[in-house]
Design a protein around this ligand. Structure first.
Ligand code: 13P
Length: 254
């Protein structure tokens, strides 16, 4: 079944507001011809640049996402950002459970699940990340780890809710390392993820988009996206330069 391709840029902790607006202005200008096609393009700048980027992209088809979201509506949670604060901007997407949050900020499958529920309640499209470390892959635990992340992170999510969820498979060993998973390695895990989603919510799994993330570049995007269960990319480093990001979008729309 045809699923709409989604190319999302995760800028991580990069770009001031001014730099961010400059980058999206360039994207806006050059991506115009692509907007009519079947590809969703999304940028996820740091929180401080969300207002500026959202304003610069108003009226275009390029979506805006946050890199995290807190599960409470408001309260004494120093340093956190709620769903209402994001939808006010407006932001349409939220990355949840990125491996850097799991690794450096004690994100757990339980908090991923809470954030996911908050995002869905607010009408945001969550991009939920899963993926194994090199050690886990080398010890043959990839499927066990991904299965655990999916069961915990997606616990209690109904088939109807799952329709609005985007998943991202990001093998930790491929993030920022230049070491991309081969198309076959990625496809194997994507197919596994889809089977697991089918086990819990049935046929909706055929409509759920699963993005691949980990050293995606203009030069390897076509080969990756040609795999049947790869429905787009979550791009880190290469989303920080307009030409590289546009190259990936072009590869996806070719
Ligand atoms: P890189 O594309 O820099 O490997 O980062 C991938 C990523 O973590 C996207 O969320």
């Amino acid at each position: 079944m045809a699923r709409r391709i989604c190319i999302a840029g995760n800028w991580k902790m990069n770009k001031t507001r001014e730099e961010a607006v400059a980058l999206v202005s360039e994207l806006k200008e050059k991506v115009g011809h692509i907007q009519a096609t079947d590809t969703d393009v999304v940028v996820c700048p740091p929180f401080t640049a969300l207002w500026g980027v959202s304003e610069a992209l108003a009226g275009t088809a390029i979506g805006v996402g946050a890199q995290n979201i807190h599960w409470e509506e408001s309260g004494a949670f120093t340093g956190e950002i709620s769903a209402d604060m994001l939808t006010e901007i407006p932001v349409q997407y939220a990355i949840i459970g990125h491996s850097e949050r799991r690794q450096y900020f004690n994100e757990s499958d339980d908090t991923v699940n809470k954030r996911l529920n908050a995002a869905l309640k607010a009408g945001l499209t969550p991009i939920v990340c899963v993926g194994e470390t090199l050690e886990q892959r080398e010890s043959g635990d990839t499927e066990t780890v991904v299965d655990r992340q999916l069961s915990g992170g997606l616990a209690g999510i109904s088939a109807k809710q799952m329709e609005s969820v985007i998943l991202a498979y990001e093998p930790v060993w491929a993030i920022g390392t230049g070491r991309t998973a081969t198309p076959q390695q990625a496809q194997e895990v994507h197919a596994f993820i889809r089977r697991k989603v089918a086990d819990s919510v049935g046929d909706v799994s055929q409509r759920v988009r699963i993005l691949y993330g980990g050293s995606v570049k203009p030069g390897n995007a076509s080969e990756l996206l040609a795999q049947p269960d790869l429905d787009g990319a979550l791009v880190g480093g290469a989303s920080l330069k307009a030409d590289d990001f546009l190259g990936i979008i072009e590869a996806a729309t070719a």
